[in-house]
Design a protein around this ligand. Structure first.
Ligand code: GTP
Length: 245
């Protein structure tokens, strides 16, 4: 038997207190139980951004996904905010940095700086508000102007729980997405927690698919990770301001 294991099991009562084995101080039984394994570092770090008009539920989708909470009366986002969630997908640990942007146009000069680093973009409208759907071409212009051409796109019709107030049909959403190359579509409800995990996991899966293209044995290279250090604030901006409910 490896002598190190024998010493640890015996703890401090075995006459080794204050001594060291293999360069590590000997631990008492209680100490060794308290010592936790450090968490496995993430294999990949990815940024996604959530955009769309004011009040469509961008923050709500993010918070439902990251904290499983929902706020009925939230304040509007000022500038940008972000949250981090680590997900496991295909045996890989992925640290997801989710940027939530203000829907108000006056913040566009701030939020546009966050498009560039995003590997995935979630564009949200509210199925009960016609104007949020009519705003979509305007958001597409922002994407064309500021985002990477490689970014995965997902259109989300939110507030599916308000079916009786619906003014945008599912077909309208599908049609809009089908006109944009590579854009996926789904409807969701941050309130009812419907399709929320799916939005982000699907997006991450699509991003991983794209990143792994061209890598021979299908295994993703860690060098991809090093392309995106974290946290990555656009240098000219100060860290985002948090919002409260
Ligand atoms: N019924 C219903 N209400 C929702 C849903 N998602 C968000 N809301 C409500 O819609 C309002 C706006 O939600 P937010 O998440 O703040 O919207 P936002 O897009 O981040 O808004 P801005 O920060 O102003 O751009 C809040 O009162 C939420 O409670 C949903 O799925 N269903």
């Amino acid at each position: 038997m490896d002598s190190r294991y024998e010493i640890q099991r015996r703890g401090g009562g075995g006459g080794f207190s204050g001594g060291s084995v293999g360069g590590s101080p000997a631990l008492t039984g209680a100490q060794s139980r308290r010592r936790k394994m450090p968490p496995r570092p993430a294999d990949y770090k990815l940024q996604v951004i959530i955009i769309g008009s004011r009040g469509v539920g961008k923050t709500s989708l993010m918070e439902r996904f990251t904290d499983d909470t929902f706020c009925e009366a939230c304040k509007s986002t000022v500038g940008v905010d972000f949250k981090i969630k680590t997900v496991e997908l295909r045996g890989k640990k992925i640290r997801l940095q989710i940027w939530d942007t203000a829907g108000q146009e006056r913040f566009n000069s701030i939020t546009s700086a966050y498009y560039r680093g995003a590997k995935g973009i979630v564009l949200v409208y509210d199925i009960t508000k016609q104007e949020t759907f009519e705003d979509l071409p305007k958001w597409m212009k922002m994407i064309d102007k500021y985002a990477s051409e490689e970014a995965e796109l997902l259109l989300v019709g939110n507030k599916l729980d308000c079916e009786t107030d619906r003014v945008i049909t599912r077909q309208q959403g599908e049609r809009f997405a089908s006109r944009i190359s590579g854009m996926r579509f789904c409807e969701a409800s941050a309130k009812d927690n419907f399709n929320v995990d799916e939005i982000f996991l699907k997006l991450v899966n699509d991003i991983l698919n794209k990143l792994s293209l061209g890598i021979q044995d299908g295994e993703l290279s860690n060098s991809i990770l090093s392309l995106q250090p974290e946290p990555e604030f656009p240098p000219e901006l100060s860290p985002p301001r948090a919002r409260c409910c």
